[in-house]
Write a protein that binds this ligand. Structure first.
Ligand SMILES: N[C@@H](CCC(=O)N[C@@H](CS)C(=O)NCC(=O)O)C(=O)O
Length: 251
């Protein structure tokens, strides 16, 4: 059975986001993390495409809607909320030290490596060629030229404000390599980050996978391919949890 499909009378959670690109469940690694985590936790869900502006207060995606009509945004808040409400035990057996490593791993992936991904996709000209063509393929033709240019302006401001965008390409690649070195060392030769499946595996799958999937001869993708243990981890999680795409409902 498709693991994302609600069975029997289970009401579905709905993950709101954008259409998959480049073999990734979502253009957003945060959404890929969330969907992968839902699969690992055994929580059925469906997806809906956001049309227009995201409905989250932050204006960001992904966000979910619950069967009782709540809208919850921010992938980490969603994981924490569902863990508490649905009794998810994925991380229940982590030791205090593993929890500390998991937190630092999350910050490294989400607050730092992410911005190098953003830079290589949105700021680097050949990355943006692919973003423009593939992220916006569902946009109305009259807006297909305008929306990517306006979006790019905003993203450039974000990546400069965050700081990564103030470096040159060589330095940004070094920053990404430092992150990948750390993640690779933490994974080591294990099948999963902590020796048994946990939320950390959804995070590594999403963010390392996003590096690997960035097309157009991207130096970040080439760099990520030099980490065979990380590549194998991404392939393992994909094989275990992504045999079926999620079912889509209208938003
Ligand atoms: N902390 C948020 C981050 C989500 C995030 O940054 N999403 C990006 C897409 S990858 C976004 O919505 N960007 C649009 C914007 O910043 O306006 C989470 O974990 O969900």
């Amino acid at each position: 059975m498709n693991p994302s499909t609600p069975s029997g009378s289970d009401p579905p959670l709905v993950v709101h986001g954008f259409a998959s690109v480049w073999g990734q469940p979502s253009p957003s690694p945060f959404a890929t993390k969330l969907e992968t985590w839902l699969r690992m936790a055994g929580l059925p869900y469906r997806t809906a495409l956001i049309a227009g502006r995201p409905r989250s207060k932050s204006g960001k995606f992904p966000y979910i809607t619950t069967p009782d009509g709540r809208l919850i945004s921010d992938s980490s808040v969603i994981l924490e909320t569902l863990t508490a409400e649905r009794g998810v035990t994925l991380d229940a057996n982590l030791t205090p030290l593993e929890r500390a490593h998991a937190r630092m791993l999350q910050r490294t992936l989400e607050e730092h490596l992410y911005w190098t991904i953003v830079w290589f996709r949105w700021v680097r000209p050949s990355g943006f060629e692919h973003v423009r063509r593939d992220y916006f393929r569902h946009a109305p033709p009259v807006l297909a030229g305008l929306i990517p240019r306006v979006a790019r302006r905003g993203v450039k401001q974000q990546v400069i404000a965050q700081g990564v965008g103030r470096h040159d390409e060589a330095r940004i690649l070094t920053l990404a390599a430092q992150d990948l070195d750390a993640v690779d060392a933490l994974l080591d030769d294990k099948d999963t980050v902590f020796g048994a499946p946990s939320s950390a595996d959804a995070m590594v799958f999403a963010f390392v996978g996003a590096c690997l999937a960035t097309p157009g001869g991207c130096p970040l993708a080439a760099l990520a391919r030099t980490y065979p243990r990380l590549v194998a981890h991404v392939e393992r999680i994909h094989a275990r949890h992504w045999q079926h795409p999620a079912e889509r409902v209208s938003g």
